[in-house]
Design a protein around this ligand. Structure first.
Ligand SMILES: [Zn+2]
Ligand SMILES: [Zn+2]
Length: 197
């Protein structure tokens, strides 16, 4: 028997799409559960400005679906590869991230909740993508760093300080002395300096 047989005129979620899971075996079966270990391609725009998961890159999904009276409880982890740019030194970043997801997909619409606070079991399917997206995107730092100690770039010459080494240094004048030095050099063209012993 096909799981997708349903009254005509109903648009079914595309079961062949990743992130959409059939839960027909779990409906009306409180206590039943299924485990899912799959690799799915990352959806588009799973990112903040400087960091994200490249579209189509593999994401390891390790979740459990539990049938409860109100719906299907989905919990587990999703792991993917983040790529991006350090906000301090602009070096590229590649790191693995794992986010926890836990969401109840309800059988019945709950009018006491906001629409964006509830996920539904629709025509026997749950869509994991928005849940994973919420968990992952909110975990991303807006100012990612290549390492926690990244010191960024030299504000004088722009070299990456981690490459420049601790002895990297520029002779710097206090801005007040710099103003005075300018003043002195301007005057030096008019007068001969007398205290240049
Ligand atoms: Zn950096
Ligand atoms: Zn420098």
């Amino acid at each position: 028997m096909s799981e997708t047989t349903i009254a005509s005129g109903v648009t079914l979620p595309d079961e062949t799409k990743p992130w959409i899971v059939s839960v027909t075996d779990l409906i009306d079966a409180p206590g039943a559960s299924e485990e899912l270990e799959v690799t799915w391609p990352a959806p588009a725009e799973l990112a903040v400005p400087l960091l994200g998961v490249e579209q189509g890159s593999p994401m390891q999904v390790d979740i459990r679906l539990d049938s409860v009276h109100e719906g299907i409880l989905v919990s587990g982890t999703v792991t993917g590869t983040l790529t991006g740019q350090c906000s301090r030194c602009l070096d590229s970043i590649t790191e693995t991230t794992t986010v926890d997801i836990q969401e109840l997909f309800q059988f019945e619409y709950d009018p006491t909740l906001e629409d964006d606070e509830q996920h539904m079991v629709e025509h026997g399917f749950v869509n994991i993508e928005p849940v994973m997206r919420d968990a992952l995107v909110t975990s991303l730092p807006f100012q990612p760093r290549c390492s926690p100690e990244c010191e960024g770039l030299c504000d004088q010459c722009g070299i990456r300080l981690a490459d420049a080494g601790p002895e990297h240094y520029h002779e710097q004048l206090d801005p007040r002395w710099a103003a005075l030095a300018n003043f002195a050099s301007e005057n030096a063209s008019d007068e001969t300096s007398s205290d240049n012993s």
